[in-house]
Design a protein. Sequence first.
Length: 255
Amino acid sequence: MRLFKLPFKNKKNHARLESTIQLDNIPKHIAIIMDGNGRWAQKQGLPRVAGHREGMDNVKRIVKAANHFKVEVLTLYAFSTENWKRPTQEVEYIMKLPIDFLQHYLPELIEENVRIQTIGEVNNLPKKTKSAIMRAIDETSNNTGLILNIAINYGSRFEMVRAIQDICRDVTDGKYDIDDITETALAEHLYTSHIKDPDLLIRTSGELRLSNFLLWQTAYTELWFTDTLWPDFSFEEFEKAINDFQNRKRRYGGI
Ligand code: V0D
């Protein structure tokens, strides 16, 4: 077990205790359901959108933490296909967040060698939102560090339906045989075709469910839940989740 000192300081500005994180067993892909932003705001008597804003700033902190631990992929559930049902004003506010986020943080992300990617139906987003994201994807496409994978207008069941439609189209066109439809073939038609399945999934804010997030990809993922609301989810807690992950035995159905 390798031990190392964290270069970060905690909220009281005391140097952290020596950590027991094993640098050779960091989850390569971490997925996070960033829940509890609206509740965070309501608890302080602020409008829900203030929580989304605070949640946006926390994205940057956790990206920095993931980068620090040399995580390969960080997938963040930013907007689900179901989130369109929220009040129009809230949706409109949320749709501006990628623009704000990238205006504030893209230079830093580039400096940190982060590569931005997305999963979901980015095509159906407002034009300005889409173009800000496409530009960020383009400007970071040659970076070789952490992949910041934003799930935006994403729903897992739709992702699977779409994959099946794609495959069926190939079958009809005679390019594909029904017997060629394997788990690998289906996985290759998902948004995540180019990335490994998550090793660890974190959900904040106390709900114990997946809510249509990466249903196929989380078959063997370790799940980790906390009551902490997303804007309060800190480096220390992220580190705790990784530490707990390292204490689990992964069997993938074997013994
Ligand atoms: C709102 C908490 C960053 C969850 C985080 C439109 C709900 C804040 C992004 C983002 C959202 C960053 C880079 C990028 C694209 C998006 C973001 C959305 C919501 C959905 F390339 N925060 N954030 N996107 N929230």
